[in-house]
Design a protein around this ligand. Structure first.
Ligand SMILES: Cc1cc2nc3c(=O)[nH]c(=O)nc-3n(C[C@H](O)[C@H](O)[C@H](O)COP(=O)(O)OP(=O)(O)OC[C@H]3O[C@@H](n4cnc5c(N)ncnc54)[C@H](O)[C@@H]3O)c2cc1C
Length: 508
């Protein structure tokens, strides 16, 4: 948004970021993501409230607190989702958001290094590349998928999403290409763009139904900044609704509970939270070829000195989209990520030995959660209730997906590599046992959306131009506006949303 709105010199833009600059070297070395997930200095490190259907566990939700936001710490998989996801958004009452409407903005943002066809862009700011190094086990995983009868694909964003293959990644010359690197860096020297890091937006200021500015916390001081035109919230699916609620925009009853004057009643703020719940099947490997066996120092030296090797890997190198036997339309309802290393607790618990992991998540869950405040203190983390598996069908799909995971790891091509199963373990076999494993081990795969949903029903927060309903001068432009989850990772769709709205604003 900051890049596009400051181009041409028509507008002056102030970008406010709660975190710091993206100087940390692990941000730029792709494999650094294994460490970034738990690095407190650049991470909001959220936790959900106890999740009832997950045996009351609190789930860890990393989010980037740094220029580039979560795109500076994510796994870089470039996926747009299924074309029907966007047609669904349009059909929910959002004109202009069908797949044919949004495709030009995916293309505008993209600079694909391999694919040159009408579905891909080659001149956009965001570099999308093939991985330059992959672990041999990732190819074994794809061979296993093929052996099980699944199709292979070399483009998850092509005509058909279905299939297994290597992910393309948001990388340029083997470095992470976050939104900060792709969009902000080239615009940083513009006179009409000011960037304030370590500055947090506490609320928006309202007068007579119009947003007049923001209240910020900067260098220990509180200050107000007035705007001539608009405030755009891009705090992500947790923080944008939090800022709205702190500003007195939300459900009147809830706001009253926290002693906040209701300035504008909008009951949908913070509701409609959706996320991809994910379960990992972890297998020990007979051979010492996985990333568990590598020395961090050697990987880093090879990367920083020669720009090559495992340091260039996004770790979740291969994956797939497939339909479960329960699928009720022709879209894949499951996504897989293969990791040639043993993964537990988001990589924060490093297991000894050598192994490999397959993630699996349900793409369009029906469970809905919410973000609410804990108090009116802007520094206090909001309450996250994802309500995973509260819709019964979601659990059935997780179970069906898990059986596909085991089928793939059971393929003959893995015979030379497979040792004992770590999670859940060979003694977990019946549906009840697998369900209990899911309840004990499933985690977020980091795609929260929907808490300021776009639409025109009574629970919608923004209209199809992402303007907050009933107010002047306020938009939300981030993953929170998605009315429903897309069938894939959420970074590319978020960039597309920003491309589309900035284009609309520049045409006005
Ligand atoms: C560990 C991880 C792995 C992921 N892997 C992938 C992947 O491989 N592929 C993919 O497509 N997607 C992935 N995602 C998801 C993807 O990165 C997000 O969907 C996307 O970044 C969302 O963009 P956003 O703008 O909505 O929010 P964010 O990227 O989270 O950005 C919000 C920004 O606002 C700032 N902010 C928040 N509150 C305030 C405030 N009050 N004042 C000032 N600044 C504030 C934050 O610090 C942050 O910089 C992953 C996410 C994570 C966390």
């Amino acid at each position: 948004m900051a890049n596009r709105l400051s181009s041409g010199g028509r507008y002056s833009v102030l970008l406010v970021e709660a975190g710091g600059r993206d100087w940390h070297p692990l941000i730029h070395m792709p494999a650094g993501l294994a460490k970034l997930v738990g690095l407190k200095s650049i991470n909001w490190s959220y936790e959900t409230a106890p999740e009832t259907e997950l045996n009351n566990r609190r789930l860890y939700w990393p989010r980037g607190k740094v220029l580039g936001g979560s795109s500076s710490i994510n796994a870089m998989c470039y996926c747009r989702g299924h074309r029907k996801d966007y047609d669904h958004w349009r059909d929910l009452g959002n004109p202009g958001w069908g797949f044919d409407d949004v495709l030009p903005y995916f293309i505008k943002s993209e600079n694909n290094q391999r694919l040159h066809n009408c579905l891909h862009g080659n001149e956009g700011p965001l570099c999308v590349s093939d991985l330059s190094y992959t672990n041999p086990l990732s190819q074994v995983f794809l061979d296993a998928a093929k052996e099980c009868g699944f199709l292979l694909t070399d483009d998850f964003n092509g005509d058909h999403q279905r299939g297994f293959g290597f992910y393309q990644v948001t990388q340029k010359n083997n470095r992470r290409h976050s939104t900060a690197q792709a969009y902000l860096k080239p615009a940083r020297n513009r006179d009409n763009l000011t960037v304030w890091t370590k500055t947090s937006c506490q609320k928006v200021l309202l007068k007579d139904g119009r947003v007049t500015g923001v209240c910020l916390s900067r260098k220990g001081q509180s200050l107000e900044v007035k705007v001539n035109k608009e405030v755009i919230l891009s705090g992500g699916a947790i923080n944008s609704p939090q800022i709205l609620l702190l500003s007195g925009i939300g459900s009147k009853d809830e706001l009253t509970e926290y002693g906040i004057d209701c300035q504008h009643e909008l009951p949908g703020v913070g509701k409609n939270l959706q996320d991809h719940l994910d379960v990992c099947l972890v297998q020990r490997c007979q051979k010492k070829i996985t990333y568990d066996t590598l020395s961090d120092l050697v990987v880093a030296l090879n990367y920083y000195l020669f720009n090559k090797g495992p340091g260039t890997s996004n770790i979740a190198e291969a994956g797939g989209f497939w339909q479960s036997p329960l699928a009720n339309d022709d879209r894949p309802d499951l996504q897989f990520h293969f990791v040639p290393a043993m993964l537990d607790d988001h990589g924060r618990n490093r297991l000894k030995g050598s192994g490999y992991t397959m993630h699996m998540c349900v793409l369009r869950p029906e469970s809905r959660g919410q973000i609410t405040l804990r108090s009116k203190n802007p520094h206090e983390h909001p309450k996250i209730e994802a309500n995973y598996l509260s819709a019964p069908d979601d659990l059935g799909l997780m179970l069906a997906g898990f059986k596909l995971q085991r089928q793939i790891f059971g393929a003959k091509v893995f015979d030379h590599y497979r040792a004992s199963e770590v999670f859940p373990g060979e003694d977990v076999n019946t549906d009840q046992e697998i369900i209990e494993f899911i309840r004990n081990k499933a985690e977020s795969i980091y795609h929260p959306i929907g808490t300021c949903k776009m639409g025109n029903d009574s629970m919608a927060v923004v209209n199809n131009h992402l303007q907050v309903h009933g107010l002047q001068g306020l938009r939300v432009v981030d993953a929170s506006v998605m009315p429903t989850l897309v069938s894939g990772n959420t970074n590319a769709p978020t960039v597309m949303i920003a491309e589309k709205i900035s284009d609309h604003m520049m045409r006005q």
